[in-house]
Design a protein around this ligand. Sequence first.
Ligand SMILES: [Zn+2]
Length: 342
Amino acid sequence: MGSAATPVVVGLDNGGTSNNATVLTVDGRFLVDGLLESPSEVQAGPQAAIEALADAFTGALASVGVTRDLVRAVGLDTPGPASAAGVISSRGSTNFSQPQWRGYDVRGALQQRLGLPVVYLNDGNAAALYAHQSHFGADAAHRSSVSVVVGTGLGGGLVEGGRVIAGAAGMAGELGHVQLPLTGLLGPGQPDPVCGCGFVGDAESVASLTGIARNLLPYWLTRFPGHPLATEPLARAAKLVRGLGERGDPLAREIFTQQAKAIGRLFTLVANLADPHAYFVGGGVVEAAPEFRDWFLATVREHTVLRKEQAAATFALVPERDMAGARGVALAALRVSSAPGR
Ligand SMILES: [Zn+2]
């Protein structure tokens, strides 16, 4: 089919423990079907991590039998917070705890190491771009969407006309730290939820694993005396909530109802700010049992207030959770590599 000579871009998704890599031809075919993981060495500091990314790059090409001279550009995503240009926050972050990471230009360092143009997105924005492209296909350039990805935190992004909205400082689409109206969201006597960023009542303070451990579970355990989770350490108990929810446990369902309501309120804000064609929900919930997954998405939809004129908007899941980051940055790299003037 001549694919051996077709130029490609490479997508590298950097995480706390693993990198995942993908290869995308310039005519839009992903050559890697599943996960292609290798250690990320993030805890060993920037130098080791850049070498690990270079290894992931080389390994990805080898796995699909494509030579390096066919690579037009590389896409890189990492957990945030980082600038739109790929400089890790000067305050560090959960994933990049080593002091050397503070203010580190991870995009520039990889570009220098590989000698190829490197395009950067944070992991939430990368997943948002992949959700958008895979949902809309040929119409992607003429559609807008919002994605939330529920994990340890709440990531996501806004896509307009097929492009991620990055903002002036790269802080657009930080949906986890949008503050929500709390009236009617909290249970009787429930303390205002607080986020790790210091905000009270932002989306991440409710709709994240951290939010469960810090805010939701301590309250809901007081409403369900004798619940088995009360004997577990909070961090461990928080991770058990989803499995219980899938099995219909009432406390777990209260927690996920509250999360779905919070995401609905966030989407209601977005509906009035950006009026997107589609609303995507991703994260661990995507992998949950179908009944639970569908119930969660329907509850989000139920609590998103749209105008009659907006009723045609789509609600869907971010597909292929584990591959969305690598595929999203590969799509971003493809756009750069095919831009006029290159
Ligand atoms: Zn926050």
